[in-house]
Design a protein around this ligand. Structure first.
Ligand code: R7I
Ligand code: MG
Ligand code: MG
Length: 349
């Protein structure tokens, strides 16, 4: 499809849901042979599962809240979004939330709370969480806002409702930027895509908060930029092993150890790769590759699925996958509504 087409919107949202549902099988696993991944994925082709579907986790549960808030309010409304997170958690606490964030979600349900960003700031001794929970639910911000400054601003604020550490919310900004550029077709030139992300993140990570957090957590200055440079190095290598990806970029629950990894998976799988079935298209390769990394597979596949879906569009999604993932059908409807919001002329003022 063309730039910011409906097909790309559908691809992004459905891709995110599929990554979450399909990746759940291996979340936390240390070593996942590609054979097991392919067995899992190819099993979806046959009707052996009967009526059973793969359930989504917190990644999709919170993404749904972001979508519904943006669509209902027509803009970013921090109170509304915070209350939706809290209510979703209250109704379905068993979706596999991070162990720290549940405290924030409980506090956010208090009607007496006046500053909805306060519970997030109290996490982890006052520094806030650097988990990838802000990034995993970031895709709707790229689909609701067209203007680059808005994309960055609202992705950050949306993440700060639970993740007040810059290593958490800047991961959400990076993920949103990746989807934003993918929607515009920027993955057609992979080198330009990664360079653009680096130059944007140089601005994002240049503030005092980011510098202080990086120092306090013993990370280099501009930590996401440093990881994106590693992504670039890996892109230039002929052969890259899974072990190398894990040791260079990570596969963990920290945004810093998963968002650049997801971006790498998309870039690496733009071409056919040894070890991946020849009949697989790019989106299938991307999801399979993410699962084979082990670690935080649902979240890495969710983020990579969103970026890849925005690039390849809805036609790249195997119907057999979509059929067996909870929430994937509904994601189609959100895509249509977000597409309208995105292309809505700016409100006069
Ligand atoms: O980031 P978050 O919402 O978790 C998302 C992950 C995804 O993989 C989901 O699929 C789900 O499985 O959980 O939840 P948080 O609790 O904020 O952060 C996740 C974990 O990161 C925490 O439970 C901690 O183990 C770790 N963590 C930290 N540890 C020490 N110091 C996050 N921030 C810190 C920190 O500042
Ligand atoms: Mg999850
Ligand atoms: Mg996860």
């Amino acid at each position: 499809g063309g730039t910011a087409s409906i097909s790309r919107f559908r691809g992004a949202l459905v891709g995110a849901v599929l990554g979450d549902c399909l990746g759940g099988e291996f979340e936390g696993a240390e070593e996942v042979p590609m054979d097991r991944v392919l067995q899992h994925l190819n099993g979806l082709d046959h009707d052996t599962r009967g009526d059973s579907i793969l359930q989504y986790s917190d990644d999709t549960a919170m993404t749904r809240c972001v979508v519904q808030s943006l669509l209902t309010r027509g803009e970013f409304d921090q109170q509304d979004m915070a209350h939706r997170f809290a209510e979703e958690y209250r109704q379905a606490p068993g979706r596999g939330y991070g162990s720290g964030v549940v405290q924030v979600l409980r506090k956010l349900s208090s009607p007496r709370l006046s500053d909805v960003f306060q519970p997030a700031r109290a996490q982890f001794g006052g520094r806030g969480s650097f988990g990838n929970g802000g990034a995993m639910r970031a895709v709707p911000f790229a689909l609701a806002f067209r203007n680059l400054a808005d994309v960055k601003r609202y992705a950050r604020l949306g993440a700060m409702l639970t993740h007040s550490c810059s290593l958490g919310y800047n991961g959400a900004v990076l993920q949103t930027l990746a989807v934003h550029y993918a929607l515009q077709g920027a993955l057609a030139v992979p080198q330009a895509f990664i360079n653009r992300l680096i130059s944007e993140m140089e601005g994002v990570e240049g503030d005092d908060q980011a510098r202080n957090d990086a120092r306090a957590l013993n990370e280099p200055e501009f930590p996401f930029c440093a990881r994106l440079h590693k992504v670039k190095d890996l892109m230039e290598q002929n052969a890259v092993s899974i072990e190398e990806v894990i040791s260079e970029l990570g596969n963990g629950i920290a945004a810093l150890h998963s968002v650049p990894t997801a971006i790498f998976c998309v870039l690496h799988c733009l071409e056919p790769r040894a070890g991946l079935p020849e009949q697989y298209g790019g989106l299938e390769r991307t999801v399979a590759y993410c699962l084979a990394l082990g670690g935080d597979t649902d979240t890495i596949a969710c983020m990579a699925g969103a970026i890849a879906g925005a690039h390849y569009g809805a036609d790249a999604i195997p119907p057999s996958w979509q059929r067996c993932c909870e929430g994937a059908e509904e994601a189609e409807a959100w895509a249509h509504r977000l597409h309208l919001l995105y292309h809505q002329p700016p409100q006069g003022g």
